[in-house]
Each structure stands twice: as C-alpha cells, then as structure tokens.
Ligand binder design. Structure first.
Ligand code: NOJ
Ligand code: CA
Length: 682
C-alpha cells in the first residue's frame, strides 16, 4: 500500500475512533452542594444526548434523566450536542423577607453553568444551569440569542426525573376539570398517572423528595407524567399554537428537587424562594399581614347569596355588622363577596357580565369604606372573573384605582371555571380562545395583575390560581392564593375534606407557598348540617399549621359567640413570623409546627392529625434559655373525635414551661392542638 494512502487510512481510523458513538455516556461536568451531601453529574452519551443524575452521600438518588425539547417550528433539541463551555461559582447570602414564615433566609449554593451546541451546521445552542443546595437542586435551561433559534415554540419539555428507588407518592392529578381542588392520592410512585407539582415522594430508605418548579414566568406550568419506563417526565400545560412560545434569549423556570432525610426538611426548606429573583417592588410596607372576616361562609352555606335579592349577603347593613365584628375583635380586614354587578344569573358560566367598578344598588361602597376607616378596619376587595380574563384585564386598572382611593389595599381574585376554559380575547369583539389556568398565557396574566395592583398599593390573594412557584419573593404583593382543596369543600364538598387532607397539604401544596385555606370554622358544620371532619381544637391549629400572611376568621360572628375560649386563640394568634419549624410529623399522618411571632417573643404551635389518635411529645428546645413561658393550650378534650358531638370536646388550660421541657400533646382522630407560648416577664 502506498505510504500516503496508509497515513490517510490511519488518520481516518483515528477520526472514526474520536467521532464514533462511545459505548457509554461520559460525565462532562459535575457540581456538589456546599456541604458535599449532594452531587449532580451531567452526561453526554454517544448520540450527544444530555442527561443529569443526582447522588446523595455518594449513592444514586436520581439516575440518568434526559434533558431536551420537542419544538413545533424547528427540529427537536435533543441529541448531537457537544459541551462548549462550563463554569462554576459559589454563592452565599442571607436576605430578608418583608413578611413570611421566616424573616431571614439563607441562600447558599454551588452553581454549574454549561453551554452546549449541536454538532451540525446550524450549531443551535442551549445552556443548562444547575444550582446545588444542601437540601436540593434547581436547574433550568437557557436559550441564548441566536439566529437559528430565534422564535421558539415548545411542544414538550423532555426533562426527566428518574428516581433510583421505588417510592410512595402523594399527588393530585393534572389536567382534570377541577384544577387543583382534589384530595391527595397516596400511591406507589409507579402508579402515578399525570400529576401536578409539587409532588412529594418518600423512597424505601426514608429519603423525602419534593419535585416542583420555581419562578414560573412566561412559560407553561410543568406537570409530571409517567414515561413508559417508569420515569417521571415533564408534561407542559397545553397552550396554542404551542405550549410555550418565546423568543430567544429566555430562560425556563427552575426545575426543583428538594431532598431531605426527614419530612421536616421539606417543610423548612427555602429552596423555591431562593431560586426566585429578589423583590422588584421595593418598599412594600404598605401591606400588613392580618386576619380578616367577611361575607363568605354564609354564601357557601347558602344562607346568603352572591346574587342580589332577598338573601343578598353584600348589603350595606350586613357589611356594617362584619365591620363592627372585626373592629371589636382586632381583625384588620373585611372581605365582601357579591358586592359588584354581574353575580345575578349563571355567573359560573358567564364572567362577561362582571363589572369591577360598579357596586350593587344595595351596597354603599364609598360609605362602607369610610365607615370601616372610622373603625380602623379595611374592606378587602373581591374580583371574581368567572374566567372572562381578558374582560377583567380591560377593567383592572380602573378597579384597582377605585380601591386605592377607598383605602382597600388587598383584593381576592377568582377564576372559577373548569380547567382549560379560561377565556382570552386579544381584541375586543374578536374570537375567544380557551386557555388553561396553569398555561403560559395565565402565567403572564397573573403578573399583569400583580404589576397593575402594585401601582395602586394593592396586594393580591388569588383563588383558582396558577400554582405558586415562589414569585412572592419578586412580587411581594402576591400575598396568598388558594390552589388546593380549601375549607369551602367542608361546606358543600362531596366528600368534604378528610382528616388526612390538611395534614397532607402541609407536606405537598404548602411547600409551594402560602395558602388562603380559610380556617376557623368553629361550628364544625357545613351546608345542610354536613359534619366537618375536624375537632374544634384542630380548627385553631390550622392558623399555625397552614401558613398565610392573611388568615381568614372564616366562620359567622354568631358562631364565634358560642365558642369564646376557642375564639380567644383566633384573636391572639400571629400571622407573620420570624421563624418556623416542623417539630414532629410524617407526610399525611400528622404535623406539629412551631412559629415565632414576627418582632415579638411569643411562639405558637399548631398540631394537626389524621384519623388515628396519637400522643406527640414536643421538645421545647426552641424557646429562649432562662425565660419562663405561659403555655396557653387549646386541645382535644377527653374522648374527642372527628365525628358527632365528640368534635366539640375541647379544653383550654395554661401551664408554665421553659426551654428543654417536653410538652406532650394528645391529638384525637381528626384532631389537633393549638398552643400560645407567652414569655413571663420578671
Ligand atoms: C371560589 C373561591 O375559592 C371561593 O372562596 C369564592 O367564594 C368563590 N369562588 C366565589 O368567588
Ligand atoms: Ca376555590
């Protein structure tokens, strides 16, 4: 053979060796958490497909999980990648929340930034960024600006979460008609169909995981479905013409996995908040965390109505009664639903009649706002859209301006309609397009509302919302939301909430952020006498167990008059906190949470239980050393239970305690306990 031919052949062989698909994947980059517990490795396999895996203390927790996209207007972004660049950095800061479960939040992680491009002529590029905390990871895709990937229409995100071990999962179904308002399933992970996030998992060795997302901005909400091989895979909420339509440059929301040995670690994590951008509204001291009452439970009991007529709840006289009740008991807010034009007729099916500037004839909005002010109370506005969302957007600026003028600085919004039935109309009289509550268009809508409201110093509490992904850090006027099966189901739900439901919420929905659950139904009775599956003490415990910076005192004033001892706790309990800890609990079984009142020395404990009675010993090692405390204990009385007259067995007693003591609480089936710890002076 000619020498030059031989050299050419050897060269070709070398080239083949270099370019040929490797038999196995190569780890091309890795990053560990600050304390080294967690490690993320990024692989490129022989086809140039990207995958990540997570190791915990050296053991696989998430095994090779693919990354990529299916696009509508372009080829898939999936294989043929090469790593162009990588860089790492460490970050550690402590930031302050204007309001929250804790005042100071430590944000400490190691970051790995990787840049990939396709090996073909188009050289399309994508970056993947990992932030690895000691209690979990977040990662997102970034689409750099590039001519070959300018308009991006994402049909599906192929992100996978392949859990190394079998696990139990707590989850609610995605894409079902009743949005987020479902009881939780507890199933083997292998039986998850399509789930919303956050989803909570516990593996065989007791590791707890919560998979969710952070900073859902201008993107479709992520659901998780089981792929053919048993892995969980992202499934984006539908949108048109594609689930996500963006122009580069942009970043996806963070995909998050919170990880802990104990259920408490999930509850105490700030990972979701940390992956959001800092406050961009500046001073939000105009929002004060508070408790509120209102024309609400009566509507769900159907003793009063949203619609005008003989049983209209939002009348001037009735609202005055609630204002007086709020003022007499130190509650700042009075919510009134059914105050505006549009409720008459079938509002569930038609939101286009709502007028958010026009009170009903029997409701003196100006006079009531002035009356409230004279008593140191604030009306809370209500904007039920009935899902006619574009119709609402056309009015919202004027509506917030009106409220601003009247001293109304918090508004409850609502999006009642079946999933996928949000009505979007881009031009007046144009075609109406149906959108999903969790879709990209609604992610933009909610931010438009927050920005419009912030201009008028109005805070927003959204019902039937998009899921919470920690955006309260960036827009601290997004104070609360519903986004789960709330107390209203105890009025008319079939079935009502089970004793497990609220206990499960602590470890699932509440990991996303505050919930306007509306606790405190001391009458323990819904519509037509339906029993609420809760003891009296448990209704008090919910104020501490389910965090929200606004908490409703949801029952009727006349019902509180019948339970003065229980009512005292509702008056005393704080709503804004310096610190929060889960003292004891297991997912879906029980939870005992302690929180320290913001800016004061008092602590509160809320404990809630599933249907199995139990004793919970709580070590009071969080109290200040050398101080004595008066523990005001509100607990289930002997024989209490979540059925029948036993629901009302209740004891209020006081005892002196100090740091290091153990407080043992007996919780009835479906029961709970609420404790106030007041430092004793001198
Ligand atoms: C559903 C909300 O969750 C509830 O609180 C409200 O009363 C109704 N919609 C009417 O807006
Ligand atoms: Ca609701």
């Amino acid at each position: 053979m000619h020498r030059s031919t031989r050299i050419a052949m050897i060269a070709a062989l070398i080239a083949t060796l270099v370019l040929a698909p490797a038999a196995h994947a190569d780890t091309v980059a890795s990053v560990s958490s600050p304390d080294g517990t967690l490690k993320v490795e990024l692989d490129l396999n022989g086809e140039g497909r990207l995958a990540y895996r997570v190791l915990r203390e050296g053991k696989p927790l998430i095994v090779d999980s693919r990354l990529g996209f299916i696009l509508r207007n372009n080829r898939q972004l999936l294989r043929n990648f090469r790593l162009d660049a990588q860089s790492a950095r460490s970050f550690d800061e402590t930031w302050e929340q204007p309001w929250g479960e804790r005042r100071f939040v430590r944000n400490r992680y190691n970051e790995l930034r990787t840049g990939f491009s396709e090996k073909d002529h188009e050289r399309r590029r994508i970056d993947v960024v990992f932030r690895v905390f000691d209690d979990g990871i977040g990662f997102r895709y970034e689409f750099p600006q590039q001519p070959t990937l300018d308009a991006v229409e994402i049909v599906e995100e192929l992100t996978e979460f392949a859990i190394a071990q079998p696990a139990i999962a707590w989850w609610i179904p995605a894409l079902e008609w009743n949005r987020e308002e479902y009881l939780y399933n507890r199933t083997p992970l292998a039986e998850v169909g399509i789930a919303q996030t956050p989803i909570t998992l516990r593996t065989g060795d007791g590791t707890h995981l919560s998979i969710h997302e952070a900073a859902l901005i201008d993107y479709a909400g992520m659901n998780l479905m089981k792929g053919g091989d048993g892995r969980l895979r992202a499934s984006l909420t539908p949108g048109s013409p594609a689930n996500v339509v963006r122009r580069s440059p942009f970043a996806t929301p963070w995909r998050t996995i919170t990880i802990s040995d104990r259920a408490a670690g999930l509850v105490e994590s700030s990972l979701i908040l940390n992956l959001n951008e800092p406050n961009k509204l500046g001073d939000v001291s105009w929002f004060t965390p508070h408790k509120y009452v209102g024309v609400w439970w009566s509507l769900h009991l159907d003793t009063e109505t949203w619609a005008t007529g003989p049983r209209h709840g939002a009348t001037t006289a009735n609202t005055k009664r609630y204002i007086d009740f709020a003022a007499a008991n130190g509650f700042r807010g009075v919510l009134v639903e059914g105050w505006n034009a549009g409720w008459d007729g079938d509002w569930f099916a038609n939101g286009w009649d709502f007028d958010f500037r026009k009170p009903t004839p029997d409701y003196d909005l100006q006079g009531l706002a002035a009356y409230a002010k004279s008593k140191g109370v604030h009306l809370i506005g209500h904007h039920e859209t009935g899902c006619a969302v574009s119709h609402y957007e056309r009015q919202m600026d004027a509506a917030f301006a009106l409220f601003d003028k009247l001293g109304i600085d918090a508004v409850k919004t609502g999006y009642v309609c079946d999933a996928g039935q949000i009505e979007r109309q881009d031009v007046a009289d144009g075609p109406v397009i149906r959108e999903w509550h969790e879709g990209q268009w609604m992610s933009r809508h909610h931010l438009r509302v927050l920005e419009a409201a912030a201009k008028h110093h109005v805070a927003i509490n959204s019902h039937e919302p998009i899921k919470d992904t920690g955006l309260r850090r960036t827009w601290p006027n997004w104070i609360s939301r519903e986004g789960a099966r709330g107390q209203e189901f105890n009025a008319w739900g079939d079935p009502p909430n089970s004793p497990e439901h609220e206990v499960t919420l602590v470890y699932t929905r509440m990991l996303a952020g505050p919930m306007d659950y509306t606790p405190g139904i001391v009458s323990l009775t819904g519509k037509h006498g339906q029993e609420i599956g809760s003891t009296l003490a448990r209704q008090l415990a919910l104020y501490v167990a389910l965090y929200s910076p606004i908490q409703m005192v949801a029952d009727l004033p006349e019902h509180y008059a019948q339970h003065p001892d229980a009512f005292q706790f509702i008056k005393d309990v704080a709503v804004d906190w310096d610190e929060s800890r889960l003292l004891a609990g297991e997912v879906g079984e029980y939870a005992a949470i302690a929180r320290k009142a913001r800016g004061g020395g008092e602590w509160f404990i809320g404990a809630i239980n599933d249907r199995n009675p139990r004793e919970v010993p709580l070590k009071l090692d969080f109290l200040d050393a050398g101080k004595r405390y008066r523990a005001e204990i509100h607990r289930d009385g002997e024989g209490a239970d979540w059925h029948g007259a036993a629901r009302f067995r209740f004891v209020r007693e006081a005892r002196e305690v100090k740091r290091g003591d153990t407080l043992t609480l007996w919780l009835a089936g479906g029961g709970g306990a609420a404790v106030r710890l007041v430092p004793i002076e001198g």
